[in-house]
Design a protein around this ligand. Structure first.
Ligand SMILES: Cc1cc2nc3c(=O)[nH]c(=O)nc-3n(C[C@H](O)[C@H](O)[C@H](O)COP(=O)(O)OP(=O)(O)OC[C@H]3O[C@@H](n4cnc5c(N)ncnc54)[C@H](O)[C@@H]3O)c2cc1C
Length: 516
């Protein structure tokens, strides 16, 4: 039990496998005297899922901690800046129906609950425009920083849109060139147990048995180690989150100078929604829908109508989704990260951020010995059980607040038996109490109360509180509304167009490479 953990084996070379390998290598193989070995095995015959093009701002720290330059990342992965999501048609489906969930927090968020004051002053402008300058940047096609802003620093908080295949390739190159990650291209065909039921090794087709102290299951939906070997139950959440199919395509811009959207555009459809993501050289567009509520041919027709083109000659990738997650991610000496741990749906890009958080956890708490691993795995499982529940609540919120009646998909989404108790409880509370810090108070909350405020306000939810705010609170709120207007004016004047900045970064890199 006191044997040190030195040999880490990662099964799977999709985005999850390479993010984990890069983070672990940068942290634990950077010193020449390190005796940690990392081996990544990936199959040549099972291709990575190859989608997953929207990230959270957390990706900036993830890349920085790997030691990758932001300009190199942007060039190699056709990456652009993502400043949040724009939801169109989610409330009523009418033409004017849209709202933003930006990445910038409401003004002075630590001290002032502007959701409350915005309701009290009569809502002259949308919540996101009243409390945050970012919607205006997006509407004007502006970048979240300047060429002189240091790498990974921001004027407005941002994540990325990226080409998932190129991203995995960049991380692979980085792991092998900069660190000593061993890369084996082979199929894992068997999992071999030790006497204590740990995994002792995995057998491969052509490279024999690969032994390890810690096994990381990044084998995607196959979930070879945690699912197939350990039989850890899969908790199906399709009764809550109905979409079960995705049709994904790559779509060209009209011209090479077409503007690039700087938000993920999420447009509601009769039985699901369409994502639209702008990379430098193409858009990634996909229709996610519930096959219980629409036919594949109708879903394809909706996609074609959205893009205003005939898709007969376009390659459409069809992906089956099964919303849910494993009951726990860490069993014995095996932890599942990425799609093997679970997947709900692409709304709000909650998957890669969980991979990042898992990798971060492993970096900080790589078990020193087998005996400490059980303590760490218990805490890891507690944290991720909590996270899955919070993500499910947040995604479901988008459907619950809709007033659409054009398809049973939307009507059934509002049935109480499809809504988790925890979300029903929060909504009951927010009828009378404004959502605020105490609602979600763990470190590294993926969707904190600010995210809830943007969705609740954007979708027309209003709190009826009996409590009046104090004069001090009112004065602070008014100051913050004014400050936000001033910042909006200032940034609209000074920030460059999104495509212009991306082109400049690709040609010259950033003018300052110091990171903040
Ligand atoms: C439609 C859709 C849209 C999405 N959009 C987003 C988004 O916008 N933002 C976001 O954060 N996430 C998104 N995701 C999730 C995102 O795609 C995944 O989190 C990410 O790609 C990580 O996948 P993975 O590496 O876990 O699995 P995969 O990419 O499937 O990789 C699995 C790996 O395991 C290997 N493997 C399998 N079997 C074996 C074997 N027997 N032996 C050896 N190796 C094996 C494969 O070769 C492959 O390398 C989306 C997912 C889908 C389905």
């Amino acid at each position: 039990m006191n044997q040190p953990i030195k040999n880490i084996v990662i099964v799977g070379g999709g985005t999850a496998g390479w993010i984990v390998a890069s983070r672990l290598a940068a942290k634990h193989q950077a010193q020449p005297q390190s005796d940690i070995t990392i081996t990544l095995i990936e199959s040549d015959s099972v291709k990575p899922v190859g989608v997953g093009e929207g990230t959270w701002p957390s990706m900036r720290n993830t890349l920085k901690n790997m030691g990758i330059s932001e300009a190199e990342f942007m060039r190699e992965c056709d990456a652009t800046f993502k400043q949040g999501s724009k939801f169109t048609g989610w409330v009523t489906g009418e033409k004017s129906d849209s709202y933003y969930h930006p990445f910038v927090l409401p003004q002075d968020y630590a001290n002032s609950n502007l959701f409350h004051h915005w309701q009290e002053i009569g809502q002259a402008s949308s919540f996101s425009n009243a409390v945050c300058f970012q919607e205006q940047l997006c509407e004007h096609g502006l970048a979240p920083k300047q060429i002189t802003t240091p790498e990974y620093a921001s004027v407005a908080n941002y994540g990325y849109h990226l080409n998932a295949g190129k991203f995995a390739a960049l991380l692979q190159k980085h792991c092998i060139a900069k660190f000593s990650v061993k890369h084996i291209i082979d199929d894992v065909i068997k999992v071999n147990s030790a006497v204590n039921a740990d995994i002792a090794s995995v057998s491969t087709k052509n490279n024999g048995d690969i032994c390890g102290d810690l096994f990381i299951d990044c084998s995607g939906f196959a979930c070879l180690l945690l699912g197939e070997h350990y039989k850890v139950p899969f908790l199906n959440k399709q009764d809550t989150l109905f979409v079960d199919t995705a049709l994904a395509i790559q779509f060209p811009y009209e011209t090479e100078n077409s503007p690039i959207a700087t938000v993920t555009q999420s447009t509601a459809m009769p039985a699901g929604w369409i994502w639209d993501i702008g990379l430098i050289n193409r858009r990634g567009v996909g229709h996610v829908y519930s096959s219980r509520h629409t036919k594949n041919s109708d879903a394809e027709a909706e996609l074609s109508k959205y893009l205003n083109v005939n898709l007969d000659k376009t390659e459409i990738k069809k992906i089956s989704l099964n919303a849910g997650h494993r009951s726990h991610s860490w069993e014995k000496n095996c932890v599942a990260i990425g799609l093997s741990a679970g997947f709900l749906e692409p709304l709000e890009a909650s998957s890669l951020v969980q991979v990042e958080l898992s990798a971060e956890w492993l970096c900080d708490q790589l078990p020193a010995t087998r005996s400490t691993m059980d303590i760490i795995s218990k805490r890891f499982n507690d944290a991720f059980t909590y996270r899955w529940a919070r993500i499910i609540d947040f995604l479901k919120l988008h459907y619950v607040l809709s007033k659409r009646t054009d398809n049973d998909f939307w009507i059934e989404n509002r049935q109480p038996d499809s809504i988790p108790d925890s979300l029903q409880e929060s909504l009951a509370l927010w009828q009378h109490h404004y959502p605020w810090h105490n609602d979600f108070d763990r470190s590294n909350e993926i969707f904190a109360s600010a995210s809830y405020q943007y969705i609740l306000a954007g979708m027309g939810f209003r709190t009826q509180s009996n409590y009046l705010s104090s004069n001090i609170e009112n004065e602070l709120a008014m100051k913050n509304f004014t400050l936000n207007q001033e910042m909006t004016t200032k940034y609209l004047r000074h920030l460059p167009k999104h495509r212009a900045l991306i082109n400049q970064i690709r040609q010259q890199g950033f003018h300052s490479t110091n990171t903040n």
